[in-house]
Design a protein around this ligand. Structure first.
Ligand code: G1P
Length: 276
């Protein structure tokens, strides 16, 4: 079955970016003059996805407004003959079909994904976390969709990280079956460096299949009371489900931290010719 739907969890509180995220969704932070989530939606569209579900939460309404029509602004721009700007704002509301569902309590990424079950309706689906912007010739999520289509099994986007950084990520233990392609044997969420089975880290891109929902219902919350997606994936692998991990080609910016966000602005600003 083709991957036509994507889920973008955007309900997180953005604590790593406080205080700005006190009154502004982290997904709306600008990289040049577009919010982070615009790049993520574009990546999905480039991979052939035409249906996007955004999981929102408290304080996230700016995301809906951004992708919606704004007739007042359009009228204002038309009156003044600002055709280029008019096209810019219209384009955004016509990019793709976007749906929203609200996570009422911050119970973690796994719980956010569970909110997508009805919308996904038994199909395979892509997941893109708004913390990462991936700049590459082939869209990051598209690279995973290609692997999904070969094996008909869930695929995780990964990157080899410094050992010092393993405790920030879900870590994959796998067998490298082709260059940059792993058959997943086990996964562990944010292990200590000494306990990590590898330094192959999950970045915020996945192609999942609907069986993940039952697994999410089955796993216990972690010590912070959050349901972890990694734990549900681990359960699936433990039950014999085949799963792959693919090194995403391209440059990844972790815009969920001040340093990564700043770097993305500087480097994308250079690429766009705005900075020298
Ligand atoms: C989440 C996942 C983690 C993954 C990471 C990628 O963690 O739980 O497995 O490696 O995203 O960005 P978070 O960064 O939301 O704490």
């Amino acid at each position: 079955m083709k991957v036509k739907k994507a889920v973008i969890p955007a309900a997180g509180l953005g604590t790593r970016l406080l205080p700005i995220t006190k009154s502004m969704p982290k997904e709306m932070l600008p990289v040049i003059n577009r919010p982070v989530i615009h790049y993520v939606v574009e990546e999905a569209i480039k991979a052939g996805i035409d249906d996007i579900l955004i999981i929102t939460g408290k304080g996230k309404r700016a995301i809906e407004d951004y992708f919606d029509r704004n007739f007042e602004l359009e009228y204002y721009l038309r009156e003044r003959g600002k055709e280029r700007e008019l096209e810019l704002v219209r384009e955004i509301s016509e990019m793709v079909d976007i749906y929203y569902v609200r996570q009422k309590k911050p119970l973690g990424l796994g719980d956010a994904i569970l909110h997508a079950e009805k919308h996904v309706n038994g199909e395979p689906f892509a997941v893109l976390l708004g913390d990462d912007i991936i700049v590459s010739e082939r869209p990051g999520i598209g690279q995973l969709v290609e692997v999904y289509e070969r094996f008909n099994a869930p695929v995780l986007g990964v990157e080899t990280v410094e050992w010092e950084a393993v405790e920030k990520y879900g870590i994959v233990a796998g067998e490298e079956v082709e260059s940059g392609l792993y058959k997943v044997k086990d996964l562990v969420e944010k292990p200590k460096k000494e306990e990590a089975p590898s330094n192959v880290a999950i970045v915020g891109r996945y192609v999942l299949t609907p069986e993940v929902f039952d697994a999410l219902r089955e796993v216990k919350p972690d010590k912070r009371g959050e349901i972890q997606l990694t734990d549900a994936l681990r359960l699936l692998v433990g039950n014999g489900r085949s799963m792959y991990a693919k090194t995403i080609e391209g440059k990844r910016y972790d815009v969920g931290t001040p340093e990564g966000w700043l770097r993305a602005n500087v480097e994308l600003g250079r690429l766009a010719g705005i900075l020298r």
